[in-house]
Ligand binder design. Structure first.
Ligand code: CS2
Length: 493
């Protein structure tokens, strides 16, 4: 039987595999992370591991899952150690990361998590709770006061349930104890993620104690960030392959690409590490970076996800390997780029070339269905924002409209070959209802566009709405692959 990766076995790995070169028992935990999924382990935790490796022992991570115990159950027997497997398209590099000290499971002990957040040694709180974890209306950014967990946290914060609830409960304790607030860093693909998190926290704090709200508004810090690394879900085959390389079983491994980027607004409430030394860009204005990344990388990802999954294309690299697929993405980017003000330092042409190469990485196994999840939370900032910005400039957006129509088609729960699937989205009931009652695709498009949690009211009845409805009709009649080919002029759609 293969032994498990752990503190006691890590030295048995082949000598060429990188491992923590610092004394983990001397690690303090200046960071608490909410939402320890694969993305955190492949991105922010690696930065903190680098800082620890440079000798600043303040930045170990106490991580938390807000829902399931699965990650804790995988990491606890491994003493928090896990492998970062970096695949560049041909070769694979493995590094064992030691920054995660332990994993708390919030529903099992909410008070322990609040205490961790309120601890004097905690200076930074990072979050990857996915778009829906912020409990904000995607189109407006307002706290969703009808959500049952929000209702519970608005009534009583003794056992918080939501991310904003945990932050408010812990900030209240810090204020009582005379401690400074922590810096709360959202690392999710929300538009203006720092401002959005702050808005949710202030709205919840204000309902409990207006003085606490004012204290957080004055002394707290919610920097904006742009975070980027493609991290596909791990499967059993990945775990077996890794075991053959390192000679140990690692149930918490993550696989990713070489590229990684973290841009953080220079706004901190207290102590912070020398992030720049670990390759993080700390800058005055993150918004142009964030918008460019959301509309180019994530916008294309969502287009690939729905069109690809409908057509039965399992992986992102397979979509861009098809001529019409990559031509469609280039045309989609032309539309997005025309309505963007990129950061001065960003060479968009080079960025696009690099992105296409990242999508083409055939060793990642990035599933279109993974990206298709939670579309209602992703569409506004990824695709609708470009469409609206172009509409304001009097420009039509055929490619963006096709991508949005593909999301609509996906809500019907059936691939082009007739296979059924379950739509994984917090608004799935509402989007499915739009199809059940619809007389025809144009009617379904009209009903979906009327969901104001996703689409701005200005879109209804606009030329863009007609264009989306037109594509939806073609997707239903002809399927996704012929529609993409038609869109880029390969054959009639
Ligand atoms: C993806 C992102 O699943 C998705 O929605 O678009 O997770 C994407 O891989 C990352 O944002 C890349 O930085």
């Amino acid at each position: 039987m293969t032994l498990r990766l752990a503190g006691s076995t890590v030295e048995q790995m082949p000598g060429d595999i990188e491992r923590p070169a610092y004394d983990r028992s001397a690690m303090q935990t200046g960071v608490v992370h909410l939402g320890i999924g694969a993305f955190h382990r492949a991105h922010q935790a690696v930065v903190f591991d680098d800082l620890l490796g440079r000798g600043d022992m303040r930045w170990g991570v106490r991580a938390a899952s807000l829902r399931s115990s699965a990650t804790r159950d995988a990491m606890a027997p491994q003493d928090g150690l896990y492998s970062l497997v970096v695949r560049d398209g041909t070769e694979e590099r493995v590094r064992v990361v030691g920054a995660v000290a332990d994993v708390l499971v919030a529903p099992e002990g909410p008070a322990a998590l609040v205490e961790a957040l309120a601890a004097p040694e905690t200076h930074i709180v990072t979050l990857t709770v996915t778009e829906k974890g912020y409990k904000l209306e995607p189109a407006t950014g307002a706290l969703i006061e009808t959500d049952s967990d929000v209702v519970s946290d608005l009534a009583d914060l003794r056992a918080p349930k939501t991310a904003p609830g945990f932050l408010v409960a812990a900030l209240a304790l810090r204020r009582e104890r005379g401690l400074a607030p922590f810096t709360a860093i959202s690392c999710d693909n929300l538009p203006e993620n720092g401002r959005s998190l702050q808005a949710g926290v202030l709205a919840m704090a204000g309902r409990h104690d207006p003085a606490l709200r004012d204290w957080i508004a004055e002394k707290g810090a919610f920097p904006q960030t742009m975070i980027d690394r493609i991290v596909p879900a791990t499967d059993e085959e990945d775990i077996e392959r890794l075991a053959a390389t390192i000679g140990l079983l690692d149930r918490a491994m993550v696989k990713t690409e070489p590229f990684t980027q973290w841009v953080i607004e220079d706004r901190f409430a207290g102590e912070r590490p020398d992030l720049e030394a670990a390759g993080v860009q700390v800058t005055a204005d993150v918004a142009p970076w964030e918008t460019a990344k959301l509309r180019l990388l994530n916008g294309a990802h969502s287009g690939i996800a729905y069109l690809g999954a409908l057509a039965g294309i399992e992986f992102v690299d397979r979509f861009v390997a098809i001529g019409a697929g990559s031509a469609f993405i280039e045309a989609l980017w032309d539309e997005a780029e025309a309505a963007l003000t990129p950061p001065a330092e960003l060479d968009i042409a080079a960025y696009r070339r690099a992105l296409m190469a990242r999508f083409a990485n055939g060793t990642l196994g990035h599933r279109t269905r993974q990206i298709a999840m939670d579309g209602s939370q992703k569409l506004p900032q990824r695709l609708v924002a470009s469409l609206v910005a172009r509409q304001e400039r009097g420009l039509a957006s055929p490619m963006t409209s096709l991508a949005i129509a593909a999301w609509m088609r996906w809500q019907a729960g059936r691939c082009d070959d007739g296979t059924h699937y379950v739509v994984d989205d917090p608004l799935a009931d509402r989007t499915a209802a739009a199809w059940i009652d619809a007389a025809d695709p144009a009617d379904a498009a009209r009903r979906l566009l009327a969901i104001d949690a996703i689409f701005p009211p200005a879109l209804a009845g606009s030329p863009a709405a007609d264009e989306i409805a037109g594509w939806l009709g073609k997707l239903v009649r002809n399927g996704a692959a012929p529609s993409v080919a038609g869109a880029v002029g390969d054959q009639p759609s």
